[in-house]
Design a protein around this ligand. Sequence first.
Ligand SMILES: O=C(O)CCC(=O)C(=O)O
Length: 152
Amino acid sequence: MLFFNHPNLAMAEHFYKTPLHQDWVSMLASQDSIVVWFPLIDLKIGHGPVIFYPGSHKLGPLTDKLENGFAEVPFDRSAYPKLQPEVNMGDIVIFSTLLVHESGVITNNQIRWSSHLRYTNMEDVDFVERGFPSPYINKPSQELIDKYLHKK
Ligand SMILES: O=C(O)CCC(=O)C(=O)O
């Protein structure tokens, strides 16, 4: 995924500022799946770097519901340390898909460019038994095709 976060580039807040969430629920990946997150620019606090709550992955999945595509979680921020690293180009952040995290607040009016890779363990017994699920759907829309081809 390629992210370019800025309020002026989004129709709604969740498109540029992710809520407090876990990625695992929207992925249904292996329990040991990870996200590799890396910035495409040098990040200062003003870019609103991602905020992580170390140790929260040990809680397991905290919800079974998606809101705007994100598994928002009930979570007490004050019960965990808060980590908001100012990472630079060339750095990578690797975290469990169960780790609770959220976007920081952009205060410098700059676009925060980043890229995210997600890895699941194809040999994880639970993941295999669940039939390698992937809840992401990306396909052409007949509805849009009809709308544009039959609009006359
Ligand atoms: O890059 C961000 O601001 C947040 C990314 C994120 O939360 C995600 O991809 O799950």
